[in-house]
Every structure is written in structure tokens, then in C-alpha cells.
Design a protein around this ligand. Structure first.
Ligand code: ADP
Ligand code: MG
Length: 340
């Protein structure tokens, strides 16, 4: 009698895993490259055994801590039905890796729990191609996972390494620190609106790309180790994520709406809602971090992989406040929460 929940086992599950998931990533092909976007431990192969056995075997580098995080994407909640499978894969891996970027970790490998309503070879082939492309660009390898039948759901657990005690946490912001953000804000929220509308002007393609293929700021995260006093990735919207730093650090964050980095296409296309998108739109996966002012020169001396902008300061108190032209700006939406 079957002791497992109904799955795709027995109907070619193993062949399917071998075909689509055995050789994904930079170490899987024997190159040991960490990819062009990571500066960490180049050439180090920490994977001793990947897909195919009961467990993967990993050799931890000396004096490093394992940094791990899991993220789940559910069709209809995190991406629209009929979303291109390459983009589902890229989004799933990109958003999961963003958490490693936020901690300043060097991304190494990941596992994948895939729940599929049915076996569709074309879908799997496209998904696997998107996953392989993203894995190689980010310098990570797929080392194992699980495949089951059910509503389309993708869970990815990512693993990375960070020097002992050096991880960037949400809790380290101090009064007087400067608040920075990478890239631009609100782009993914604009991209989602364009994706749902099914049309995108040529000059707004960057917005769509930020939503479909969110790029984890891995190289920047590693560059911020030893500099930033706290860091978080902006997944739920700037206000919500700034609120997490404020709460965990026991401080207040004062943000200036006039200097928020916003893509010109977002301003042009979403005149009414541009500030709402920049403050509360989720899915940008930029890094929000605080920096002690005495380290500003060190930050400026770096050849940063991504543009960063100072958007505020850390004050005594609690919560997040926003001003525009020196006046308080009322922003009450605090990001998406499940079960609310
Ligand atoms: P077990 O029953 O021992 O948990 P499985 O039969 O679920 O093993 O998986 C067989 C092998 O295939 C394992 O090495 C597992 O990590 C890998 N695997 C299963 N599904 C996936 C997937 N979607 N992506 C990558 N590896 C997978
Ligand atoms: Mg087993």
C-alpha cells in the first residue's frame, strides 16, 4: 500500500528529475565559477554530492556561517496564472536569493520543491531553462529537491556562506546612521500593472523586467559586509521593510520622498500612483541599508555593482516617517500581508 501522499512517483518522476533538474547551476557543470555577479570565494566547490541521493552533501568552508532561507511562490498569489515558466523560475530563484543578498552572504546552492498539477514537458523544459540561466548568472547550483502533484507551487531554499559574525542583520541600525537604497523603487509594482494590462511601451520594459526577472543584489550585499550597520531586501514595499529595520533596531527611520530613486517610465506612466508604488509597491528586491556616517567615504570609494541613493536618516524613536518638501507625507499602506 502506498505510504506517501499522491505524487508523480511511478509515472516517470525520476526520469523527469534527471532530465530537467540534474545539471542546473555553475558548479553542476564543473566550472566552479561563482558567476559574473558575485565576488565571493571564486573557484571554491563546496558541493560534494548533488541531485540523486537521499541528501546532498556540502563541505562548509572554514570560518563561515551557513546562511539559509526558503521562499514559496503560489500560482495566482505570487504570479498571475499563465505566467511564462522561464519567468516563474527566474522569479522564484531571484526572490529567494535576494534574502542571501540582504544578509551579505555568498550564494552557493539551493534546493527546489516543485508541486505541479500535471506533467507538461514543454512547461518543464521552459522552467528548467529559466532556472538554469538564472543559476549560472548568480553562481549557484541546484543540489536536490522534491517533486509532487498539486496546485502549481514552487519552493526554493537557498544556502550561502558568510564570514562568522559578519552577516548584515536588520537589528544593527543606530541613531545618526544614514539610510540608503539600491536601484529604483516601485519599478516592479509598475511592471506588475503592465503585465496584468498585457501591454508595455518600449521605454517601460525595465519596469516589466524588474517584475518578471527580479535581480538579487548579491554582489552589492557582499560589498556591504563590514560597512552597513543593518540591511534588508525590499520585498514587501519600502515602508513595510523600513519598518522591520526600525523595529528590530529599536530606532526610527526618517525618509525623504523628494530624493527617492524612481525610474522615469514609472513617473511618466503612473503619475497618480507613483509615490504609492515607490513607498508601498512590493517585489523590487532592492537592498535597504543603514550606514554609520563615518563609513560614507569607504562606501563612496567602492566600485559598487549597483547605484545606491541616500534616502533618509536614522533617528531616536520608533517607526517610519516620510516627508515631502519638508512636510509630513501621509502614507498608511504598510505592505502586503498574507492572512489579513
Ligand atoms: P527521497 O524519496 O529520498 O526524498 P526523492 O525520490 O524525492 O528522494 O528524490 C530523488 C532525488 O531527486 C533526490 O536527490 C532529490 O533531492 C532529487 N529531486 C527531487 N525532486 C527534485 C527537484 N524538483 N529538483 C531537484 N532535485 C530533485
Ligand atoms: Mg530518501
Amino acid at each position: 500500500m502506498a505510504t506517501r501522499p499522491p505524487g508523480t512517483r511511478g509515472s516517470g518522476e525520476f526520469a523527469l528529475i534527471k532530465r530537467y533538474f540534474e545539471n542546473i547551476g555553475s558548479q553542476a557543470k564543473g566550472s566552479n565559477s561563482k558567476g559574473p555577479h558575485s565576488k565571493c570565494s571564486a573557484g571554491h566547490s563546496d558541493i560534494s554530492l548533488g541531485v540523486g541521493d537521499d541528501c546532498a552533501l556540502i563541505n562548509p568552508p572554514a570560518a563561515k556561517q551557513l546562511c539559509l532561507s526558503i521562499d514559496t511562490l503560489v500560482e495566482g498569489i505570487h504570479f498571475p496564472p499563465k505566467f511564462a515558466p522561464e519567468h516563474i523560475a527566474q522569479r522564484a530563484l531571484g526572490t529567494a536569493l535576494s534574502d542571501l543578498a540582504a544578509m551579505g552572504a555568498c550564494a552557493s546552492h539551493f534546493s527546489l520543491a516543485l508541486t505541479l498539477p500535471s506533467v507538461n514537458e514543454q512547461w518543464l523544459s521552459d522552467f528548467s531553462r529559466g532556472l538554469a540561466a538564472m543559476s549560472e548568472r548568480c553562481g549557484v547550483s541546484l543540489v536536490g529537491g522534491d517533486t509532487t502533484k498539486g496546485p502549481l507551487t514552487i519552493s526554493i531554499q537557498v544556502h550561502g556562506w558568510v564570514a562568522e559574525g559578519a552577516a548584515l542583520c536588520r537589528s544593527g541600525a543606530k541613531v545618526g546612521d544614514l539610510v540608503f537604497v539600491s536601484g529604483e523603487l516601485g519599478s516592479a509594482a509598475g511592471g506588475l500593472a503592465l503585465s496584468l494590462a498585457g501591454q508595455c511601451p518600449v521605454d517601460a520594459e525595465a519596469l516589466l523586467a524588474r517584475f518578471e526577472q527580479p535581480w538579487p543584489r548579491l554582489a552589492l550585499g557582499e560589498q556591504l559586509v563590514g560597512l552597513a550597520s543593518s540591511c534588508i531586501d525590499v520585498s514587501d514595499g519600502l515602508l513595510a521593510d523600513a519598518g522591520h529595520i526600525a523595529m528590530r533596531s529599536g530606532v526610527a527611520l526618517a525618509l525623504d520622498l523628494d530624493v527617492l530613486p524612481i525610474h522615469p517610465a514609472l513617473v511618466q506612466l503612473f503619475k497618480e500612483s507613483v509615490f504609492d508604488k515607490a513607498l508601498s509597491g512590493g517585489d523590487d528586491y532592492e537592498l535597504l541599508f543603514t550606514l554609520p556616517p563615518e563609513r560614507l567615504a569607504c562606501l563612496e570609494a567602492l566600485d559598487l555593482s549597483t547605484r545606491v541613493t541616500q534616502i533618509g536618516t536614522v533617528k531616536a524613536g520608533s517607526g517610519v516617517s516620510v516627508t515631502k518638501n519638508g512636510q509630513p507625507w501621509q502614507a498608511d499602506y504598510q505592505g502586503y500581508q498574507h492572512f489579513e
